[in-house]
Ligand binder design. Structure first.
Ligand code: F6R
Length: 242
């Protein structure tokens, strides 16, 4: 992987946001892989600024979110459908009909994974996949132990990840137990992976992903199997790299 150390999240947002603008200019119907959580927010903010400031046509861009909680009521503000609408679709001006999020409703959950895989395939695959990484080493919500060949399916969140995401909910007990996530195999099919991480808390997960043995116990290490990976980290997140 190419590792880029940036002075701030803001700089990372600029670097990756600019790369996305270049992609969209080259390919107006580009397919983006979208992460949620705090990490990519600077990217989405910079992208929104450039699109608004320069009148870039994003009307044909398609997007696929990495994951969704299972069983939240429709329209829950912390469902990743809602988060993607609020943080990405509205500010950037994407066509909401072209931005997909896995279906986390219990009704139909048995087939939701397969449907999502089919939708990504039908779109021609993901051109640029934005990834964050969890303290557990997860990418998407593929927690340690996830098969490196896995496709979109329902998974159980670890207690650590539920605790980390409790900040978005009224009470820690409100964080769903289950999620539906693109698999590691799904993620590896994207043509370019951009893994972002900021802060000391991510340093060990970043080191394991970039320098550790490729192993299901460090799901992020699967990026080493991919020929085109850019890792964008601040000094703190890079601090455990040798
Ligand atoms: C989000 C996702 C997760 C997050 C990870 C880091 O769609 O799939 O892998 O990227 O949990 O979360 P933040 O960025 O909130 O630290």
């Amino acid at each position: 992987a190419e590792v880029v150390i940036v002075p701030s999240e803001h700089e990372a947002g600029r670097l990756v946001g600019d790369a996305i603008v270049d992609l969209i200019r080259r390919r107006p119907d580009a397919v983006l892989g979208l992460a949620t959580g705090s990490t990519p927010l600077a990217v989405y903010r910079h992208l929104a600024e450039r699109v608004r400031g320069e009148d870039i046509d994003v009307s044909r861009v398609r997007g696929f979110a990495l994951d969704e909680y299972v069983g939240l009521p429709a329209g829950h503000p912390e469902s990743y459908r809602s988060v993607i609408e609020r943080e990405v679709v509205e500010p950037v001006g994407f066509d909401p009909a072209r931005i997909e999020v896995p279906h986390g409703d219990l009704d139909g959950i048995e087939t939701a994974g397969e449907q999502y895989e089919a939708a990504i395939r039908a779109a021609g695959g993901v051109d640029l996949q934005i990834l964050g990484i969890g303290r557990t080493g997860h990418i998407g919500f593929n927690e340690p132990g996830s098969s490196l060949a896995s496709l979109t399916r329902v998974k159980t969140l670890t207690e650590e990840t539920r605790a980390d995401n409790a900040r978005f909910f009224d009470s820690p007990d409100d964080v769903p137990m289950h999620c539906i996530t693109q698999g590691i195999g799904t993620i590896l099919r994207a043509r370019h992976l951009v893994l972002l991480a900021f802060g000391e808390a991510k340093a060990d997960a970043v080191a394991a992903a970039v320098e550790g043995p490729v192993s299901t116990s460090a799901p992020g290490s699967a990026v080493q199997l991919h020929p085109h990976v850019t890792v964008v980290v601040d000094e703190a997140a890079a601090s455990a790299l040798t």
